[in-house]
Design a protein around this ligand. Structure first.
Ligand SMILES: *[C@@H]1O[C@H](CO)[C@@H](O)[C@H](O)[C@H]1NC(C)=O
Ligand SMILES: *[C@@H]1O[C@H](CO)[C@@H](O)[C@H](O)[C@H]1NC(C)=O
Ligand SMILES: *[C@@H]1O[C@H](CO)[C@@H](O)[C@H](O)[C@H]1NC(C)=O
Ligand SMILES: *[C@@H]1O[C@H](CO)[C@@H](O)[C@H](O)[C@H]1NC(C)=O
Ligand SMILES: *[C@@H]1O[C@H](CO)[C@@H](O)[C@H](O)[C@H]1NC(C)=O
Ligand SMILES: *[C@@H]1O[C@H](CO)[C@@H](O)[C@H](O)[C@H]1NC(C)=O
Ligand SMILES: *[C@@H]1O[C@H](CO)[C@@H](O)[C@H](O)[C@H]1NC(C)=O
Ligand SMILES: CC(=O)N[C@H]1CO[C@H](CO)[C@@H](O)[C@@H]1O
Length: 466
């Protein structure tokens, strides 16, 4: 009995001494279940200078820490868990986590002002299995940032400002099972962006700005069961792109701008064969199918090629690589020359300006007319045909016909009074006046002609007079 009392007193003394000697006032230090140093929600503006070297877990979340020094955790060789989320960290000194070879979990989420991390920040964290970098205002991830993180299983990068990912950035993450990239500003997924992710199970890339996915982007993702791509700007996605996803069970593709014409056929076929569960795919164009679920259409609804503008057509077939254009049902040879060496995202005008030097004058005009067509809103004009199965998109021969029609019916005929002699129309053939015609301002042309006629008439009257 007395022995127990003595032991209790002794223990108290030891704990007291330990706390006095090594635990800052605002913090809580305890040894079970693990040696823990906890100072959360204490309005700390800096990481405590002295953290016991034997510490295995450090909790510093919900403070106002702004800075992580290279020396902050350097002595804690046995550290396995480090939570510094929900602070205001704007800088991490290079080497801050060096030597923490036992670290398993690092949570730095909700440090909105972090914005960037140095390439070597996580180097050597060979036992890290969870890394939270979500809501850190990250604008980019440097090449090699995840190099050597062979044990990583959960990587949270969502709700940042990422607009680009380097090829092979995840290539060492053979154990990764969750990759959360949603809520960023990614425009495209390149061929090798997900290389090496052979054990990935969940890939969330929704709520980005994706308008291009390379045909081989998913080539390593044979174990992915969940893929979210909803709320992006996808217009075309070939079924073949999804075919490496052998294990897929849950697929969400809703809230994109799907083009439901011949270009959607391979996706339609893939979806028919898909055994898992998938979201709706609301058609965006053509107008008569807008809002309908691609999965519920008949394959014959997808015959033909919708009459859509460059602006609407951003995905897939309009991608950076020529090969992807070649097998499209809508793209003609001329578009190849348009695309070669240009970016999928450049607008019609930049296409044209880059293409001009290599193209004979006649073709230039054809292209500038294509541009006019591209920008015009078909719904606003009488000449718009709701017959979507007509293969307008085949720009080569068909486009010239419809363009000629457009010129004849829509511009010249509606503009020129029928009484105007034919030869009066000739001066406006190519060089000067027609160039002034701007897309969407068809009223510019009639004014020009009226002015011309007026002027000619005036001169005529003038000469008659004298
Ligand atoms: C780290 O843990 C090992 C094994 O548990 C122990 O021997 C060593 O003393 C610890 N290091 C420190 C600095 O506490
Ligand atoms: C976070 O730090 C920035 C400077 O990096 C400062 O301007 C801002 O006021 C801080 N925010 C809070 C909530 O403390
Ligand atoms: C997965 O992690 C284990 C141990 O952490 C490691 O030995 C193994 O090499 C990793 N696998 C891959 C594919 O990197
Ligand atoms: C991209 O998609 C978002 C939501 O999915 C939409 O709000 C936005 O208008 C789209 N942008 C373009 C250029 O289509
Ligand atoms: C447009 O191109 C086609 C063939 O590429 C050519 O036959 C036609 O004359 C061109 N039209 C104009 C107005 O230059
Ligand atoms: C395509 O749209 C243009 C207007 O943008 C229209 O003049 C043309 O007739 C359409 N072509 C077809 C085949 O519907
Ligand atoms: C649509 O156009 C095709 C030829 O381009 C024609 O055969 C068909 O009758 C048209 N359908 C309608 C509804 O106008
Ligand atoms: C014939 C016709 O409806 N023309 C219209 C084409 O579109 C322009 C601009 O959208 C209108 O101003 C024209 O009336």
């Amino acid at each position: 009995m007395q022995g127990t009392k003595l032991l209790l007193l002794f223990t108290c003394c030891i704990v007291y001494i330990f706390q006095v000697e090594s635990c800052p006032e605002a913090c809580l230090c305890y040894n079970e279940p693990k040696i823990t140093f906890s100072c959360s929600q204490q309005r700390l503006t800096a990481i405590p200078l002295y953290i016991p070297t034997q510490t295995q877990r450090i909790f510093l979340h919900n403070n106002k820490i702004t800075f992580v020094r290279a020396t902050s955790f350097a002595s804690c060789q046995n550290l396995t868990i480090l939570w510094i989320h929900s602070n205001n960290i704007s800088h991490i000194e290079s080497g801050a986590f060096h030597g923490l070879t036992k670290l398993e979990e690092l949570d730095m989420s909700d440090n909105y002002n972090l914005r960037s991390v140095a390439p070597l920040t996580f180097r050597g964290l060979v036992h890290l299995h969870t890394l939270h970098l979500n809501r850190c205002g990250l604008q980019e991830l440097p090449l090699g940032i995840f190099q050597g993180l062979f044990s990583l299983q959960y990587l949270y990068l969502h709700d940042n400002n990422l607009h680009f990912l380097h090829d092979d950035i995840f290539v060492d993450l053979g154990n990764l099972t969750y990759l959360f990239l949603h809520g960023n500003k990614l425009n495209s997924l390149s061929e090798n962006v997900f290389s090496g992710l052979k054990n990935l199970d969940r890939l969330l890339v929704h709520q980005n700005r994706l308008d291009y996915i390379h045909r081989r982007t998913f080539h390593d993702l044979k174990k992915v069961t969940t893929l979210y791509l909803f709320s992006n700007n996808l217009t075309v996605l070939k079924g073949e792109i999804l075919s490496p996803l052998f294990s897929l069970q849950y697929l969400r593709l809703n809230a994109n701008q799907w083009i439901c014409d011949c270009r959607a056929k391979s996706l339609w076929n893939w979806l028919k064969a898909f055994k898992g569960s998938s979201s709706e795919l609301e058609c965006y164009v053509p107008p008569n199918l807008a809002g309908k679920d691609l999965k519920k259409l008949a394959i014959t609804d997808l015959d033909g090629c919708a009459n859509i503008s460059f602006h609407q057509m951003r995905t897939g077939d309009f991608g950076v690589k020529g090969e992807e254009i070649a097998d499209s049902c809508c793209q003609p040879p001329i578009d190849k020359s348009l695309i070669t060496g240009t970016n999928a995202k450049s607008g019609p005008s930049s296409h044209i300006s880059r293409v001009l030097p290599n193209i004979p004058v006649k073709d230039k005009e054809n292209i500038s007319k294509t541009k006019i067509i591209g920008n015009a809103d078909p719904k606003k004009n009488k000449t718009y045909k709701s017959n979507n199965s007509s293969p307008f998109g085949t720009f080569t021969s068909k486009v010239d016909n419809s363009l000629t029609k457009l010129n004849q019916n829509n511009v010249f005929d509606s503009v020129e009074p029928s009484t105007v002699p034919n030869k009066k129309r000739l001066p406006c053939s190519k060089k000067v006046k027609c160039r002034m015609y701007q897309p969407g301002t068809s009223s510019g042309l009639p004014n020009l002609h009226t002015m011309d006629l007026l002027y000619i008439t005036l001169i005529f009257i003038h000469q008659m007079h004298f």
